[in-house]
Ligand binder design. Structure first.
Ligand SMILES: Nc1ncnc2c1ncn2[C@@H]1O[C@H](COP(=O)(O)OP(=O)(O)O)[C@@H](O)[C@H]1O
Ligand SMILES: [Mg+2]
Length: 522
């Protein structure tokens, strides 16, 4: 029952918006000095996909946790079905048919997908689990949203994309009709993300309500009926589909804060630094993924590599830095054949790497920012008789962190204290400082917000202008077009074409699907 006699001021006074399946009315929540949510207003209408956008740290996850009863407002209230409610915990939220998919999935790897689906709520017959009934239910559920799932598969052996779908279906199986998804596409390849978006549309068509958090503005503009923008914990706007374009949305997200917006400049290529000649490489299972790739990289240029996920780009990047052995061909740095040299030796010779998987390869999260800034083999000059030269270290650390404009408290804080975007800037600052001859950058802006992307692009251009030869692997075509002097396209492990950095998305897209240049005439 509503307690207020006057209608509470909603973010949108539109009378058609009266029906609120789930939302927030003036919610504030602080953690010590940090105001994670300040007077947040949210109105999510039934049977819509509602996107929440905002920079890292804007307060999105905090708000979602409160809508699910995992955390509680200091002031203000959660609204469910137009009614102000107090959610004592997730159980209360589940009773109101609310479900949350957090970034860490709750799938149990030791079980099959079917067991995961019904776990804790198994259909029973005569005191035993009725697996036949479970299977029928599972198939019906999947069919109702237009997907196919191999229910007998072990969860551990299925992709994150499938696990995510099963987790969503599990919530639906338990009766959830509001599904809150916190950055579900951050861990997905583009084709998988497209599939997830289709699943969300099906859920909406079936009358369910979806809250979708994403940094990928194209996804948001594609799927959302309504968008709420949070900035520094506050609701900046709540807008309808079609009321804003990409640039407008980006401007809402970052506000007036200074966004590094360097001009789109191109490089001035110098001499050839890296020669890749007929390189082939296999994936972890021994399946050939890179098939005779030849490419030259010059100092002072950025060469983009475009490919649909799974066409050999990761294996190529890894074999260039030496994490993965080549199965054929040679890699020459200057005049030296480095094809079988260790990662360490390659780094010492001036090769640097930004991994697509920064959590595992780029940073040691438990170590300090200092340790992470100097953790580059080849910087052994900083160590003397086992002791680090304090002055040199401090200088190095402030140059790396300063270069990347990293916001941090103290250099002795662990890397884990930074937001994801700032962590990635530490990696880029480090990998582009010093004597970088070749930089292999793999998905450098994956999961990073709009402002962070601006900084990272700046760092890449600056390294290029300082003479590095950069090979940029990215799934974001617009990123490749903005940064690259030329773009090579990989298709099934081979180069299917090379185009100018300013080529159209359509032209690059065709090559990504293996349609060779000049084929059209035949
Ligand atoms: N449990 C917590 N303790 C302390 N600070 C927190 C906690 N949860 C979130 N914060 C802080 O609140 C702010 C908003 O965080 P969050 O809701 O995770 O943002 P977003 O999901 O938009 O990136 C950040 O500054 C974050 O560090
Ligand atoms: Mg978050």
């Amino acid at each position: 029952m509503s307690t207020s006699s006057t209608p509470a001021p909603l973010a949108s006074p539109d009378p058609a918006a009266a029906s609120c399946r789930i939302g927030a009315r003036g919610i504030s929540r602080s953690f010590g000095p940090v105001q994670a949510n300040v007077d947040v207003m949210l109105t999510v209408r039934p049977a819509t996909v509602h996107a929440i956008v905002g920079e890292n740290g804007a307060g999105k996850s905090t708000l979602m946790r409160m809508l699910y009863g995992l955390d509680h407002p200091d002031s203000g209230t959660v609204v469910i079905d137009d009614e102000e409610v107090v959610l004592s915990g997730p159980r209360a939220a589940i009773e109101r048919r609310i479900g949350l998919v957090q970034q860490e999935l709750a799938i149990i790897p030791e079980l099959s997908l079917l067991e995961n689906l019904v776990l804790g709520d198994e259909p029973a017959h005569l005191g035993r689990v009725d697996w036949k009934a479970a299977r029928t239910r599972a198939d019906e559920l999947a069919a109702s949203v237009g997907i196919e799932i191999d229910w007998n598969a072990d969860a551990a052996r299925t992709s994150i994309a499938i696990q995510q779908q099963v987790e969503i279906l599990r919530l639906v199986y338990r009766g959830a009709d509001v599904l809150i998804l916190d950055e579900p596409t951050a861990v997905l390849a583009p084709a998988q993300a497209d599939e997830l978006l289709r699943l969300l549309s099906s859920l909406r068509e079936a009358g369910r309500t979806v809250i979708f958090i994403s940094h990928k503005l194209d996804e948001v503009l594609h799927i959302a009926d309504r968008i709420t923008i949070l900035r520094s914990g506050r609701t900046i706007a709540e807008i309808e589909r079609g009321e804003v374009d990409r640039a407008g949305l980006a401007a809402y997200i970052v506000g007036d804060s200074e966004v590094p917006h360097s001009e789109i400049t191109r490089g001035t290529p110098g001499e050839v630094v890296l020669r890749i000649e007929g390189v082939s490489a296999d994936d972890d299972r021994g399946i050939p993924r890179v098939d005779g790739v030849s490419l030259e990289l010059r100092s002072g240029e950025i060469v983009g590599v475009a490919a649909v996920a799974g066409n050999g780009q990761e294996e190529l990047a890894e074999s260039l830095i030496g994490i993965r052995a080549v199965s054929g061909g040679t890699i020459r740095l200057g005049d030296d054949d480095i094809s079988s040299r260790s990662v360490r030796a390659r780094r010492r010779a001036g090769m640097r790497y930004v991994s697509a998987d920064r959590k595992h390869e780029g940073l040691a999260l438990t170590l300090s920012l200092t340790d992470n800034s100097i953790a580059t083999p080849g910087l052994t000059s900083l160590a003397r008789a086992g002791w680090l030269r304090r002055g040199a270290v401090a200088e190095r650390v402030s140059s790396v962190l300063g270069r990347a404009a990293v916001r941090f408290g103290s250099a002795s804080d662990p890397a884990s204290s930074l937001s994801g975007g700032n962590q990635q800037r530490v990696v880029l600052g480090r990998e582009t400082s010093g004597d970088t001859r070749v930089l292999i950058a793999s998905q450098p802006t994956r999961g990073v917000d709009v402002k962070g992307i601006g900084y990272i692009h700046d760092l890449l251009r600056r390294a290029r202008d300082e003479g590095a030869a950069i090979i940029l692997f990215s799934e974001e075509l617009d990123e490749l077009r903005e940064l690259s002097d030329r773009i090579v396209v990989l298709h099934r492990g081979r180069i299917s074409g090379e185009v100018d950095g300013s080529s159209s998305r359509a032209e690059i897209g065709a090559l990504m699907l293996g349609e060779h240049h000049g084929d059209a005439a035949s």
